[in-house]
Design a binder for this molecule. Sequence first.
Ligand code: UD1
Length: 340
Amino acid sequence: MILVTGGLGYIGSHTVVELLEEGFEVLVVDDLSNSSLDVLKGIERACGKRPLFECLSLSNRISVKTLFHKYLDIQGIIHFAASKAVGESVSKPLAYYDNNLTSLLFFLQEMEVHNLSIPLIFSSSCTVYGEPDTLPITEQAPIKKATSPYGNTKQIGEEIIWDTLKSNEKLSAIILRYFNPIGAHDSLEIGELPIGIPQNLVPFITQTAVGLRDKLIVFGDDYPTRDGTCIRDYIHVVDLAKAHLIALQRLMAHKNEDRYEVFNLGTGKGNSVLEVIKCFERVSGMKLNYGIGPRREGDVVAAYADVSKANELLKWNAILSLDDAMASAWEWEQKIRTNN
Ligand code: UD1
């Protein structure tokens, strides 16, 4: 059985589908703080299988203890559960440190208590690289001081795992640093469900197109890039989910070269904000209402991944294109608005 924390979230739910399709028994733990039970039904409709589900908060020590007492056959953990709104983390730093780090500490402690030697996959972010010195970004690029408590929880999470592994030879972990996940499952049963006003580019685009938002503001067009707007590496969430399965299987089969491995997960290609808007207009056949506004604080100019390590060692690469991802994001948006 594979424990997937935050398994009803955006990347978590897509990963659960990949695991179930591969034949794994899956236990999803989610506190529903940023998701809903509809996602559980969506997972089932997407793949015809239902994971086990426990609704609990991993930042409650008693709940975590109970969980590890109840399920004795956990063979691997994929840890997604975390709060992820950058702006909110600035106004509520303690809530972010508490939620994102105590959950990790509690289950690592339970793994020690139960003497478990099971693999761990940790959901990290390219945000740890900050403004990179060189592009594309390799895993060797220096970690920069985090610009938000959210980003800091990812850095500290990585360090907690590193230190724990140094002290416990039974444990192995893979840290996956995501670039910008977008898109939805091709079944259109699961996808991104931002609560409130989306902070990320693609859901803001699709919500604008569907009439939920008036206008997209492009945050700055005076950056030193080919068209003045920021560049990111947008990866289809299904490609990203598949990488989790491969990483888990690598650890379960003891094919890892180190007990602590880090992989960038992106497409290796950078696209500007204006290119992403053009992509949307191309796949939807619509004109998007957008305008140029000031820069957003904390944005890096350009970030895209060097994915050669994941290509070579995981034999993984992103297959789906930006157009594929955008088309699925757009279909998903239209579907959820029609249903609600
Ligand atoms: C953001 C977070 C990052 C987090 C990631 C999770 C910030 C500064 N960074 O990354 O820490 O790991 O989300 O998915 O919040 N844009 C617009 N208009 C919009 C929204 C976005 O122009 O309304 C631009 C941004 O300036 C950026 C690009 O679109 O250049 C992508 O933005 P976003 O989707 O928020 O991702 P990141 O900023 O890369």
